[in-house]
Design a protein around this ligand. Structure first.
Ligand code: ATP
Ligand code: MG
Length: 275
């Protein structure tokens, strides 16, 4: 099987507003692509649209995963086809323990009758948690409930390790991680790097790329990719910000859904407040 995620001219809307405006990107097995870009430019929307979040309506374009039409698939089918998303804000699910959730997720990917044995599952979860230096008590906690920001992110990586997806999307996996956790999470990603697995990593910070060496770096503005390069592009962004790209491309407003009124807004209160 050749691993590849092919996105062509993708357009997607949320709440009737178009956010993705004709985005094209191909991630092949063995490659790590990083997407950076100012807040509100559509990065998480891309992740949600790819995963099939019902709020994000794809209006145009084509996406294939390993040659199959991704947009035709239900969310669970996308997961079974090998797509994995670590969300920017992982949901808390009360009443479902982390281990129950993990076991269901693993079994959902398997044929009926081929379910993972309990013993094998526990060993697998324990060893993955050990690699991520997670306290074993997290097996029995409700999914993400009361987890600290960093614990949630580490738990997303645990899911990635156990599900062995062929295409991994990580949305700000580095946000909220302390220095040691950042290294541990990056090691988790690096350990899964392989010729039959691709990564699409959304981040704001070059720092993560000290640990995870990307093959390609893309900049997203206005709901599309406006510039692509290698790791040096991320270094330039860290040093100089986004202004130079906007100047180079003649972009005045980078957001995907700019507030039309903002630029014309006249302050309601023009007098100085009385003291
Ligand atoms: N569920 C939603 N309901 C309403 N608006 C949404 C929704 N999801 C995204 N948007 C809007 O779409 C735009 C792009 O949001 P998105 O979360 O994709 O940005 P982002 O690039 O991930 O930003 P950040 O770097 O801050 O995470 C924003 O203006 C946001 O408010
Ligand atoms: Mg986001």
């Amino acid at each position: 099987m050749t691993v590849s995620l092919r996105i062509e001219q993708l357009r997607a809307a949320v709440e009737g507003k178009e956010i993705l405006k004709g985005l094209s990107l191909t991630v092949n097995g063995g490659e790590i692509h990083v997407v950076m870009g100012p807040n509100g430019t559509g990065k998480s929307t891309l992740a949600s649209a790819l995963m099939g979040h019902p709020k994000y309506e794809v209006t145009e374009g084509m996406v294939t995963l390993n040659g199959e039409d991704l947009l035709e698939m239900e969310v669970d089918e996308r997961a079974r086809a090998g797509l994995f998303l670590a969300m920017q804000y992982p949901s808390e699910i009360t009443g479902v323990t982390n281990s129950d959730f993990m076991r269901s997720a693993i079994n959902a990917k398997r044929e009926e009758g081929q379910e993972i044995s309990f013993i094998k599952f526990v060993r697998m979860m324990e060893s993955s948690m050990q690699t991520l230096e997670m306290n074993p008590e997290f097996m029995h906690r409700y999914l993400n409930e009361g987890f600290s920001g960093g614990e949630k992110k580490r738990n997303e990586i645990l899911q990635m390790m156990m599900l062995e997806p062929s295409m991994v999307i990580l949305d700000e996996i580095d946000s909220g991680l302390d220095i040691d956790a950042l290294r541990i999470v990056a090691e988790g990603v690096n350990a899964l790097r392989s010729a039959d697995r691709g990564f699409l990593i959304i981040t704001h910070y070059q720092r993560l790329l000290n640990y995870i060496k990307p093959d390609f770096v893309h900049v997203m503005m206005q709901g599309t990719i406006v510039k692509s390069g290698g790791p040096e592009l991320a270094e330039r962004l860290e040093a100089d910000g986004y202004e130079w790209i906007k100047e180079e491309l003649g972009i005045t407003e980078e957001a995907a859904a700019p507030d039309e009124e903002k630029s014309f807004q006249i302050p309601m209160q023009t007098k100085s407040p009385r003291i």
